[in-house]
Design a protein around this ligand. Structure first.
Ligand code: ATP
Ligand code: MN
Length: 483
């Protein structure tokens, strides 16, 4: 009768007493040989289970340790303890799985996030990660709901591809050829990928966009939501080698429609979390406030987590051009005091320090930057008309978020065949191999636009977690592939 259990969250919401329930979960703490704090992951709030003296023999009592799993049948009674209306008076208690208190890594005390990263297989059982991963779930659900309500088709783009949407390195190769030097070679001595599993060189996808565009040219509105891979050796708090990305692609949208969609989407996700997961957000808000207290005054965040989220749903994002962004940086006291590590001039690919200055110091809110130099952006972005020679820009947009930096990268796509082919040649992209992509421009091409939102960066933004490794279950980063 395992399936008769009631979830702790549901039980704690009732005020009804006097009936019998079955609850199961893991022991968080056990006090005075009588009071068990039981958690089943449905909420951070533990259920208090009371075992009356005499109910259990000494041997059983010894086995009620932190981390042990229990099945309890008992009566729901009003609770005298603060913070809960009801508790369960145990009639029977069964230990489902023992947990050796000497060896169990999670003690009922505060552990550092670094320590818990090493114990990622158990960290879901802590309050912090309970909240983070319930929120991650809620956001994933909200993403589908948002697009479903708007009539988008969820398109599953391939994970193994032979194309490289970004046009440059940093990919994981997929091959079944031997790696011990015995792989077949062509006449000129290079590896003969014609002999490989797919008959060509393949890799893990860095983005589903190009395939997404094919879908948008039929369904008008599609989105993808799946894992993407980048072999970039960036050991930062916002890069993973395997991360999840949401990529809507919309026919008949221009860059402005694209910005509107992205802004509405982000605000919708935050609002959804605030409506459905307030308890977890409140927990993380308090957690962050505690963490901030340990920092020197000048390094503390201006807003608390909930304050920040409320602000973002209630206020429009700032919209500026790349050229304006560069001017703001050049005019900034920060620049004049030579505080940027990397130099600023029109044409640079803005560094994280520049982006953060714009959102955290200058505007203090999310910022959408458009009109980037064509030379630093991907080949498929639409060339803006009427640019000064040498100062060509594309209809790109990046959304920069406080505390995170770039959270969205998107653009209006180049729908004009001749211009697109020219851009591909400039970027040394083999036009023949991409013939399938160019077909969309040959047969009923339309203006269209889309963007990619990094899911983990969004989860970071909503949970306030500073390290991206703490918002994905099992992080893949350089030199790290545990679990
Ligand atoms: P960055 O400059 O931060 O490396 P990017 O310009 O490479 O980002 P895009 O190629 O535009 O990013 O990807 C779209 C979105 O995917 C980004 O805005 C970001 O939210 C997310 N993203 C990109 N790379 C990573 C990564 N390595 N780990 C996690 N999320 C990422
Ligand atoms: Mn990158």
């Amino acid at each position: 009768m395992f399936n008769k259990r009631i979830k702790v969250k549901d039980l704690l919401q009732t005020e009804q007493t006097g009936h019998e329930v079955t609850v199961m979960g893991w022991v968080r703490t056990f006090r005075n040989n009588q009071f068990i704090a039981l958690n089943d992951g449905s909420t951070n709030n533990n259920l208090q289970v009371v075992t009356e003296l005499g109910l259990l023999d000494d041997a059983t009592i010894k086995r009620i340790t932190t981390g042990a799993s229990l099945k309890v049948v008992g009566e729901v009674v009003p609770s005298l303890g603060k913070g809960q209306k009801v508790e369960v008076k145990a009639r029977t208690l069964e230990i489902l799985g023992d947990s050796d208190a000497e060896k169990y890594p999670l003690q009922p005390k505060k552990h550092s996030l670094e320590f818990l990263r090493e114990k990622a297989h158990l960290r879901f059982r802590t309050n912090t990660f309970g909240s983070v991963f319930r929120l991650r779930h809620a956001l994933a659900f909200a993403i589908h709901q948002f697009f479903n309500e708007k009539g988008f088709v969820y398109l599953h783009t391939p994970i193994i591809t032979a194309s490289d949407a970004e046009g440059a390195g940093e990919m994981f190769r997929v091959t079944t050829l031997p790696i011990d030097g015995t792989a077949p070679r062509t006449a000129d001595g290079s590896i003969d990928f014609a002999e490989d599993f797919f008959g060509k060189s393949t890799n893990l996808t860095v983005s589903g966009q190009l395939e997404g565009e094919l879908g948008a040219m039929a369904f008008s509105d599609i989105y993808t939501f799946g894992p993407t891979f980048r072999a970039e050796n960036s050991n930062t708090t916002r890069h993973l080698a395997e991360f999840w990305m949401i990529e809507p692609e919309v026919a008949f949208n221009d860059i402005e429609d694209n910005m509107n969609l992205a802004e509405e989407f982000i605000q919708y996700l935050i609002r959804y979390a605030m409506e459905h997961n307030m308890e977890d957000l409140e927990f993380l808000d308090a957690r962050l406030a505690e963490e901030e207290k340990a920092k020197p005054q000048n390094e503390r965040a201006e807003f608390g987590l909930l304050e920040k989220l409320k602000f973002v749903v209630d206020n429009q994002f700032e919209r500026i051009t790349y050229t304006e962004a560069i001017q703001i940086l050049l005019d900034s006291p920060h620049y004049k005091k030579k505080k940027f590590k990397y130099d600023v001039s029109w044409g640079i690919d803005m560094q994280s320090e520049h982006e953060r200055y714009l959102v955290e110091k200058h505007f203090k809110k999310p910022v959408i930057v458009t009109g980037y130099p064509a030379a630093i952006k991907a080949f498929y972005m639409r060339l803006n008309d009427g640019c000064e020679p040498g100062k060509e820009t594309v209809a790109a947009m990046d959304i920069l978020a406080p505390g995170i930096g770039e959270i969205v990268g998107g653009s209006q796509r180049e729908e004009r065949l001749d211009k697109l082919e020219q851009r591909m040649k400039d970027f040394h992209i083999p036009v023949e191999e991409m013939s399938w992509y160019l077909d969309t421009r040959r047969f009923g091409s339309v203006p269209h636009a889309g963007f990619g939102l990094g899911f983990e960066r969004m989860v970071q933004f909503v949970t306030g977690m500073t390290n991206i490794r703490d918002v994905i279950a099992f992080a893949r980063t350089p030199k790290n592939c545990e679990f």
